[in-house]
Design a protein around this ligand. Sequence first.
Ligand code: DAH
Length: 384
Amino acid sequence: MTELTSQKEAALAAISGADTLEALDEQRVAALGKKGWVSLALKTLGQMSPEERAQAAPAIQAVRAEIADAIAAKKEALEAAELEAQLTSETVDLTLPAPDTVSGSVHPVSQVMDELAEIFADLGFAVATGPEIEDDWHNFTALNMDESHPARAMHDTFYFPDAASDASASSSEAVGRQEGQMLLRTHTSPVQIRTMKEIAKANPGGAPVRIIAPGRVYRSDSDATHTPMFHQVEGLVVDRDIHLGHLKWTLETFLKAFFEREDIVLRLRPSYFPFTEPSVEVDVGYASEGGRRVVGGSGDDAGHDWMELLGSGMVNRRVLEMGGFDPDQWQGFAWGLGVDRLAMLKYGMDDLRAFFDGDPRWLAHYGFSPFDQPTLSAGVGARA
Ligand code: DAH
């Protein structure tokens, strides 16, 4: 029995000296495992006489219990220490500054589009959309530009190759392409046709229309003032007894709200567009202040220059007809304006190409916070 006692003393010392859970488990296997010394001692009971066994068994069982208790106690202590170490090493210092997060901004073009939608919503206009991949009929023919129309050649159209024509033909050969040809729309004007057709479906002969159509348009053109993709906002108003006076008032009211000033001066110049008759080009007066263009009249006409802003006019009878409207019952006006140019003018950027370079520094400088909406200090109603 002295051997068992000394084995026990040695084991208890090793258990209390174990400094990791792994080391402790080695001690458990060495004592209580299948081939551990406690298990071997228990096996010797089988060869003993009943008297010897009656005496030896309780002693061995007691040693086993003592070892098992010591292991359990040590295990608990080691686990507690491990948790404590983890808690101290993983402390979060809430006083440290948070890491920088990169926040996006609203592109000036999106900003201006939103501002336009807001202003025209005040005037009772809905927003209409149409496809950027358009067909020849909606983009040209229905707008009174048939295949031989010279204005068609001025649009520098991006055509899609199709089965019937030579895919390698360049866009300069565009005039005279057959109907059904797909293209990237060169203006937002086809949305006029799509909108009227849709309305005429439910209201044969026509019904009042008041929409704007903002969106991307494409032309094969690129320099400091032209990019192959740019943005327009189309406007269309159709009703009974609509005349040029309504057009002028609408554009004036819009520009006052957009530039947030009352002294906006407009000049309407006779012009020509196939889809309007008569057609006017609208210029806005501006002055140079500190090397920057500032929209507004500085007293009299002599004090400012004119900048071309948009094309417009009374909707051509043939266009109304193409849209399914009766031109003897309905009249309307329309306009198309360049959003990018409007953004440059209001927010003082000078190179159109920077709009589409995707340079984060430019966007950080000219972009708008998404949390500052709505953006205009006063709507149209507030100025009436
Ligand atoms: N679609 C023309 C363009 O892109 C702009 C335009 C002019 C639109 C007159 C109109 C309009 O609706 O009436 O050059």
